[in-house]
Design a protein around this ligand. Structure first.
Ligand SMILES: Nc1ncnc2c1ncn2[C@@H]1O[C@H](COP(=O)(O)OP(=O)(O)OP(=O)(O)O)[C@@H](O)[C@H]1O
Ligand SMILES: [Mg+2]
Length: 311
């Protein structure tokens, strides 16, 4: 029996049994085995150390994430909250007779700031799901036109000041995706297009069919993004230095990427300084290429497609 001794403890014991008829072990056998055991101990120790290092790197990373999130939460969530609170307090104030227009302004502020908060909270929740590997899209069949129309109307407030054009190729097939998550991607892209571009510039939201996917895009006529920042935009908390003082947390695109990839799609951008920016992402068509029609013939109506199938 030979103990496998590491620097800190005994990791195990090596039991050596001689083959029948070979007699007892000699001193040189023992020497050889001791060397072998020392090597094994060293390898074990090295494995343990590198595992420890990886573990503490993960901890440090999640610590960093937590403090960055806290900073983001306290800073970015307070602004809309303050605005909602102020509007509601004013409306409730009995001592003032607000005229119809002012009341409308307060209500609009509450409505829009609530949307902003919803988007931010959705992003934060998705981020923790993506980080924890717990993102599971709840897919069902939806019409891309309806999705874009819905998102368009929900962002009317934020895109005020920009002409918004819808450019959807006709007769796109129904697609299977998680409605809330894909709407979230579009909301993030549209918010960016409105936030980082001068007012008056056009925003185009559209969709088209590719051989094996549907591509959705949001295009703007803003300042564009220099090549050196383009790759890093999808990293969490990365914000390109931009002329505009627009506030943000830097997680919108990181989350959008996570959500698109959880659907088996890809998100990319085309941009150059002075030439605007186009973000586009794909949602794969069902493998048979026929989309929803084949589900109908299989006896499954839209909205009742079987859940839990591999995605
Ligand atoms: N359409 C755009 N035109 C120019 N720059 C953009 C555009 N979209 C994104 N960016 C740049 O990419 C960065 C990252 O965008 P992202 O949406 O991830 O974060 P954010 O908008 O800063 O914060 P939030 O978490 O609130 O979305 C932005 O800070 C901005 O510099
Ligand atoms: Mg953003």
């Amino acid at each position: 029996y030979l103990p496998i001794k590491t620097a800190s403890n005994v990791a195990g014991v090596l039991e050596v049994i001689g083959r029948p008829g070979t007699g007892p072990f000699h001193a040189e056998d023992e020497q050889l085995l001791t060397t072998f055991v020392d090597q094994a101990a060293l390898a074990l120790e090295r494995a343990r150390l590198s595992e420890e290092a990886a573990q503490s790197a993960i901890l440090a990373q999640s610590d960093e994430l937590k403090s960055a999130l806290l900073a983001a939460v306290s800073h970015d969530l307070r602004t809309p909250l303050a605005s909602i609170k102020a509007s509601a307090t004013s409306l409730l104030d009995d001592s003032v007779e607000w005229d119809a227009e002012t009341r409308e302004d307060f209500l609009t502020a509450i409505d829009e700031e609530t949307d902003r908060l919803t988007l931010m909270v959705g992003n934060l929740l998705d981020l923790s799901r993506i980080e924890g590997g717990a993102l599971r899209p709840q897919k069902d069949w939806y019409d891309v036109d309806e999705l874009i129309e819905d998102v368009r109307s929900r962002t009317a407030g934020r895109t005020a000041g920009h002409p918004v054009e819808i450019a959807i190729e006709p007769d796109l097939p129904l697609l299977r995706f998680d409605y809330v998550e894909i709407a979230q991607v579009l909301l993030n892209l549209i918010e960016n297009a409105a936030k980082y571009t001068p007012s008056g510039t056009r925003i185009t939201i559209g969709g088209r069919r590719l051989p094996a996917a549907i591509e959705l895009f949001v295009q703007d006529e803003g300042p564009g993004i220099a090549k050196e920042h383009q790759l890093r935009l999808f990293e969490k908390f990365y914000r390109a230095p931009s002329g505009s003082a627009a506030s943000g947390t830097g997680i919108g695109l990181a989350i959008s990427k996570g959500l698109v990839e959880a659907h088996g799609g890809r998100i990319t951008l085309d941009s150059a300084p002075g030439e605007g920016t186009m973000f586009r992402f794909t949602l794969p068509l069902p493998v048979d290429g026929k989309g929803h029609e084949s589900m109908v013939t299989a006896g499954l109506a839209p909205g009742h497609a079987s859940e839990g199938e591999a995605s």
